[in-house]
Design a protein around this ligand. Structure first.
Ligand SMILES: [Zn+2]
Ligand SMILES: [Zn+2]
Length: 236
């Protein structure tokens, strides 16, 4: 019997193609080698909140904010810095339904995370959209990013556990003080948390208030290790 993996069949049917320039993809990603080399990887970053930092990092690996007031999550991973082309990929994903961008970013995140030695979380929790925004957009970009992560890292997703209670204003339209107030009590859990180690998945983290609010809720429900994984990290 000839065994052909579904991965091989998929690569025949849908050869990897760079979403930025259309050249053949490299290493099973929809990104060519050149565009990959030019991408603004967030290599030097706070290990807790993934804030971009200048090399060399301090020995503790933390930014000033996390030293003074640690957020209610324990580790942060951001694949890219939020500049072009990461910002273009995410904008086109959200506002032009370019779901292939989520496949690329989620797969690339997974490949990077798979190389680490620390234990993986037991559950992925995409930051939920309010149902009216989800209906309007037709999808949740955080869930679309979580799908390839789940597939490649073999971690289940629960996209129903956390609910967004209020249709909050877009964080980018608000100043720093208003951003924190905007997301306060924005989430609720619809069931008991079944595991202790989770990762929150989001497209972009800017101030971190949104993921901190969700992390604090998960912590109150028994989460002991909370990670935040995002495609791109902006400096607020
Ligand atoms: Zn390219
Ligand atoms: Zn930090």
């Amino acid at each position: 019997m000839i065994y052909i993996s579904t991965k091989i069949i998929q690569s025949w049917l849908y050869p990897a193609t760079c979403v930025l320039c259309g050249a053949p993809g490299d290493a099973d990603l929809d990104l060519c080698r050149g565009c990959r080399q030019d991408a603004p990887l967030n290599q030097h970053a706070c290990r807790r909140c993934a804030l971009p930092l200048n090399a060399p990092l301090p020995a503790h690996g933390l930014c000033g904010n996390c030293m003074r007031q640690p957020p209610p999550y324990h580790a942060g991973f951001a694949l890219l810095r939020y500049s072009s082309p990461a910002s273009d990929l995410i904008r086109d994903l959200k506002f032009h339904a370019r779901l292939e961008n989520a496949r690329l970013l989620g797969s690339w995140m997974a490949d990077t995370i798979a190389a680490r030695s620390a234990p993986l979380p037991q559950l992925l929790i995409p930051v939920p959209l309010h149902r009216s925004r989800q209906r309007q957009r037709g999808f949740n970009q955080a869930l679309e990013l979580a799908r390839p992560l789940a597939r490649r890292l073999h971690i289940p997703i629960d996209a129903r556990l956390a609910r967004r209670l209020r249709n909050t204003a877009a964080q980018t339209e608000l100043n720093a003080a208003a951003r924190r107030a905007n997301v306060r009590h924005a989430f609720a859990l619809s069931a008991a948390l079944p595991v202790r180690h989770v990762a929150i998945v989001d497209d972009v983290v800017t101030t971190g208030h949104t993921v901190a609010e969700l992390a604090a809720l998960l912590q109150r429900h028994g989460a002991q290790v909370i990670e935040v994984w995002c495609a791109a990290r902006a400096a607020p």
